[in-house]
Design a protein around this ligand. Structure first.
Ligand SMILES: NC(=O)c1ccc[n+]([C@@H]2O[C@H](COP(=O)([O-])OP(=O)(O)OC[C@H]3O[C@@H](n4cnc5c(N)ncnc54)[C@H](OP(=O)(O)O)[C@@H]3O)[C@@H](O)[C@H]2O)c1
Length: 289
């Protein structure tokens, strides 16, 4: 098997893209470390690695990336990583008006600040190795604002794109390449969790209740037809292994279509269409109103 330049760390490794990426990296001979939030989730990762016959190359690390001080402490005992995949993330589904400042900060803590902290902690090790790869799992939601009730998710991913573009320029001189992966919809755990949030908010006294009901139904429909996560894992692994990785990898037909729509359609047409399909048309007004 090809000699690898060092181990790789993947955050959010017990499910979805993270799990798929860890298994694929390990199958290709990489020593792969994966962060998970509990012993129970570590067991999920360990069992998946055993089933794939790669147990000896997969090391679970119990670490909640929303705890930034814990990340810094953990790195004092972790090896020098050649690759880091900042993947852990979720969607705080809710209208801007409905999301509390605490929940908004929690969204940014996981999706935006954690990738910066993990990357900062990994960079000295990459310098010691003389090279490295950082992969940021963003989303098409980091390029195009197409999902109402996802304002904080969009903000976190747009922020991650800006942060990654800046980091790429800052660290290129050390031989470290930064790539951004921008998937469309894929079948993982993220939509189930977002759907739960939509239903939870629908039951509250919110002026957006019809839109939450519609969002939950749309998410259910999308997940039925979404492709499995392996195409995204292949791109991530490609970014780690490539000598000249791309700055951005757009993955999925819907992601390409979303980008094309925002590039070519007038924004007014996009807004009106999204409002109509999202149940955000507002109450019917009487003619004299
Ligand atoms: N699936 C899609 O359609 C899609 C599209 C574009 C971008 N993405 C991005 O892909 C990445 C991976 O998501 P996924 O789709 O694979 O979803 P997933 O199956 O739900 O996996 C998400 C991973 O992130 C971890 N995570 C979630 N919330 C966390 C928190 N508060 N603190 C620490 N870790 C947390 C999860 O751990 P727990 O199991 O402990 O919660 C899990 O390991 C995310 O950054 C997401 O934004 C997904």
């Amino acid at each position: 098997m090809t000699q690898r330049p060092g181990p790789v760390l993947v955050t959010g490794a017990n499910s979805g893209f993270g799990l798929e990426t860890v298994l694929r990296l390990a199958e290709r001979g990489w020593e792969t470390w994966g962060t998970v939030r509990s012993e129970k989730k570590a067991a999920v990762l360990t069992e998946a690695a055993r089933r794939h016959g790669v147990s000896e190359r997969v090391c679970p690390v119990i670490l909640d990336v929303s705890d930034h001080a814990a990340i810094q402490r953990a790195f004092t005992e972790l090896p020098d990583f050649y690759g880091v995949v900042n993947n852990a993330g979720y969607s705080e589904l809710g209208a801007v008006e409905d999301v509390s400042p605490e929940r908004a900060k929690a969204q940014l803590d996981v999706n935006l600040i954690a990738p910066a902290v993990v990357s900062s902690c990994a960079l000295p090790g990459m310098r010691r190795l003389g090279a490295g790869r950082i992969v940021m799992v963003s989303s098409i939601a980091g390029r195009a604002t197409l999902m109402p009730l996802n304002g904080w998710y969009h903000a976190s991913k747009f922020g991650l794109e800006a942060l990654s573009d800046t980091l790429r320029i800052e660290v290129a001189g050390f031989g470290v390449r930064v790539s951004i992966v921008e998937p469309g919809f894929f079948k993982t755990g993220i939509a189930d969790a977002a759907q739960e949030r939509a239903l939870e908010r629908r039951h509250r006294d919110s002026p957006y209740a019809p839109a939450y009901a519609r969002a939950a139904a749309v998410l259910r429909g999308i997940m039925r037809v979404s492709p499995p996560p392996d195409a995204v894992a292949r791109k991530i692994v490609g970014a780690i292994e490539s000598r000249y990785p791309s700055r951005r990898y757009v993955v999925g037909l819907d992601a390409h279509a979303g980008l094309a729509a925002t590039a070519f359609l007038p924004r007014g047409v996009i807004d009106t269409t999204i409002r109509l399909v999202s149940g955000l048309s507002g109450p019917r007004r009487s003619p004299e109103a």
